[in-house]
Design a protein around this ligand. Structure first.
Ligand code: DC
Length: 226
């Protein structure tokens, strides 16, 4: 039987570990909301690029961080993301945004703004929420009921990501992923990191269905008070 108490699940890890597919499926199966925090950082990056902000100038990024209005729809069956009312679900997945998002998301003013947004979305999720990102268990929601840290080998992550990008070259995808992870892990403010109390799941040898089953079981055990 499901408990009525909202459950907060934080899922962190580098790119290509199956975070988004897992988080959406777990939320859908358990009747929870879903928040893709990477999409929010991509959305603010898209706005910076479109408004001519110099991505190499952290003070210009900081000065503009409060300007765009970013709204996330949290239905796991059809998550949405808009910036100033414009649907940016497609444009935030371009190579250009992917190559610039680490620089934008390293700026403390950007993180403060987006973190506040994330906390208010999580607090208002009636039945609970699955929030995926890089710093959810460590910084955004340190009191989450369950924290998962997904990992996978660089080879597995590159193969999955290039499959998603419909035949993109595995070698260059691997290099881009490693570069982005290094930037995300080494930034000063709230880097990609496993929380001490997170459960680490290595997905290298697992199918998506197995990862989903594993996380659903962990949530159900939490809810049952085990
Ligand atoms: O999950 P993703 O690959 O779409 O995330 C894009 C980028 O956003 C990622 O390279 C780093 C940043 N990000 C972050 O800094 N903190 C988060 N909680 C989520 C993403």
């Amino acid at each position: 039987m499901e408990s009525a108490t909202p459950v907060i699940v934080a899922i962190d890890g580098p790119a290509g570990t199956g975070k988004s597919s897992t988080s959406k499926a777990v939320a859908a199966q358990l009747g929870l909301s879903y928040l893709d925090t990477g999409a929010q950082y991509r959305a603010i990056t898209w706005w910076m690029v479109n408004n001519g902000i110099d991505i190499d100038d952290p003070s210009a990024i900081a000065a503009a961080a409060g300007k765009p209005e970013i709204v996330s729809g949290t239905d796991p069956e059809g998550p949405t993301i808009t910036v100033d009312g414009v649907d940016v679900a497609g444009p935030i997945r371009t190579q250009e945004v992917s190559s610039k998002v680490s620089a934008v998301s390293a700026v403390p003013e950007v993180r403060a703004r987006i973190t506040e947004l994330q906390r208010s979305i999580a607090a208002s999720a009636e039945h609970g929420i699955v929030v995926e990102g890089r710093d959810i268990g460590t910084t955004v929601l340190p009191d989450a009921d369950l924290k998962i840290f997904l990992t996978a080998s660089a080879e597995a992550r590159a193969a999955r990501r290039s499959g998603e990008l419909k035949g993109a070259d595995v070698q260059s995808t691997r290099e881009a992923l490693i570069k982005r992870d290094a930037a995300d892990s080494s930034r000063k403010t709230s880097p990609l990191a496993k929380a001490d109390d997170a459960v680490e799941v290595d997905t290298t040898e697992l199918t998506l269905a197995q990862v989903i089953e594993c996380v659903v079981t962990l949530v159900e055990e939490k809810r049952a008070g085990k």
